[in-house]
Design a protein around this ligand. Sequence first.
Ligand code: G3P
Ligand code: MG
Length: 231
Amino acid sequence: MIVFGHQGAPGYAPENTLLSFEEGVRRGADWLELDVHRVAGELLVIHDYRLDRTTNGKGIIYHQPPDLIRSLDAGRGEKIPFLYEVFDLVNRRAGLNIELKSSGTAEPVMKLIDKYIQNQKWTLSQFRISSFNHPELKKIREMNSDIKIGILMYGIPLDLDQIIHILKPDSIHIGIEFINREIVELIHSKNLKVFVYTVNHPEDVKWMLDLQVDGVFTDYPDRVKQVMGKQ
Ligand code: G3P
Ligand code: MG
């Protein structure tokens, strides 16, 4: 079972900060998941479209000047990172699952990935793009026929086959509230991987192991590895 550090390791450091991604690597995550918004042409790593919950700022990120956003404290003195700063920090020590939050992220994210493959020895296999915004994923697939795409779902749609046909994904990412043996078997029958978010409780980890899901997103990568080691 693959362990994705969800926003790094927010059980131990402020979510989606360089500190959190370093902590995720240190605590054994195979991959790191991060959330990307595009603000004034820059790719910023933050979950919410508002600044209020995770920083000492306020308001909608799209309405703030980038200089002000970068001056904010995202916890323990950390800044909201640019996406390229996460690439540089991680430097191939873990795979990167980039979750596209805002529209208009597909093209600049793909450009940045291409740059790091050409100049910084990253390989395409070290990246995965996921999103609840399926039209944005479609743009990714149109730009690159090989990159791994993860379809994010909150709930279970009726038209899963159509989405799979269009996006040619590698994985389906499903909320733990909706997981069951039937859906795991259905997704596996389509030769796709099942990744589940967000799996933090040891009992939930054991349940996911029993269901034979292929990976989990967690705020506590070390905890998940520990439970896996005991099985
Ligand atoms: O990528 C899995 C998970 O992060 C999706 O939901 O809201 O945590 O970005 P959210
Ligand atoms: Mg996310």
